[in-house]
Ligand binder design. Structure first.
Ligand SMILES: Nc1ncnc2c1ncn2[C@@H]1O[C@H](COP(=O)(O)OP(=O)(O)OP(=O)(O)O)[C@@H](O)[C@H]1O
Ligand SMILES: Nc1ccn([C@H]2C[C@H](O)[C@@H](COP(=O)(O)O)O2)c(=O)n1
Length: 241
């Protein structure tokens, strides 16, 4: 008799089969929140690839590298050690041993990260790192970013592309800013999101793009819980197939 999907994980007998899931999409569509929750529910590891690009950007900003000078960024791309933790309950990142989890979320890093991540030497270094991390997770992993399904893990078991209207995304980010600063300018937030999307979609090397074989999920009218449930269902269906 064939083993059931719950009995096919060689690392953890009784657990589901290992699965690699790529979740891509524009800013504010819910990639991180969804990926973390889905990984935690299914016992998978979680990799936030945006955090890696943010960490290398933060390192450059704090080490005097001119982030608008592509040659200087390329020259420095191999210098910092970037280490990610992949526990969905406690994701974290260091750059040269320094905890970067807080500093990578500043406005300064957000404004610079698209320029740094467009530099081919940065992309090849971080892509290699991402592939080695994904290969080191025998229980499976949810990897989220912009080019995971198209470039980093083209053989992922399941590819999901999250979308949402610009208004919904600005509303979500605005909620975060309000909680943090007590106020938020929704029009400015939306413009900043769209500016970053334009830069990420128009770079020459592995731009933000839906893979041909990705399942698109429009989250505009869905709660976060509904999106998580939808992705969990897609993964479980894939494991059963
Ligand atoms: N379906 C949803 N409904 C309402 N709020 C949501 C939904 N999905 C995510 N959020 C909220 O929107 C905000 C942005 O979500 P998240 O950081 O997961 O997006 P992201 O796609 O990873 O963004 P970025 O690419 O900019 O890092 C968070 O505050 C999150 O709680
Ligand atoms: N796979 C990836 C992930 C991220 N980036 C770049 C482009 C984003 O604007 C930036 C920050 O990502 P976020 O934390 O907002 O998800 O990092 C990329 O080029 N490729």
């Amino acid at each position: 008799m064939a083993a059931s999907p719950q009995e096919t994980n060689p690392v953890r007998p009784g657990a589901r089969a290992p699965v690699v899931v790529a979740i891509d999409g524009p800013s504010g569509t819910g990639k991180s929140s969804t990926s973390k929750a889905v990984a935690a529910k299914l016992g998978l590891r979680y990799l936030d690839t945006g955090a890696q690009y943010r960490a290398i950007t933060w390192w450059m900003l704090t080490h005097g590298v001119d982030v608008n000078d592509a040659a200087a960024v390329a020259e420095a791309a191999g210098r910092p050690a970037i280490v990610s933790t992949t526990d969905p309950a406690a994701p974290g990142i260091t750059a040269d041993g320094e905890d970067a989890s807080g500093p990578i979320r500043t406005q300064e890093v957000t404004a610079a990260v698209s320029a740094v991540s467009a530099v081919p030497a940065v992309r090849s270094r971080i892509t290699e790192l991402q592939r080695s991390i994904a290969a080191s997770a025998p229980e499976g992993m949810v990897v989220e970013g912009r080019d995971i399904g198209t470039t980093v893990l083209p053989n992922a078991d399941l590819k999901i592309f999250l979308t949402a209207s610009p208004e919904a995304r600005a509303e979500r980010r605005g909620g975060e800013l309000k909680a943090k600063n007590g106020q938020a300018d929704l029009a400015a937030t939306q413009e900043a999101l769209l500016k970053r999307d334009r830069a990420d979609s128009s770079r020459a090397v592995s731009p933000l793009l839906k893979a041909d074989d990705a399942v698109e999920v429009d989250t505009t009218e869905l709660t976060l819980e509904q999106v998580i449930e939808c992705v969990v269902t897609l993964i479980v269906e894939k494991q059963r197939a």
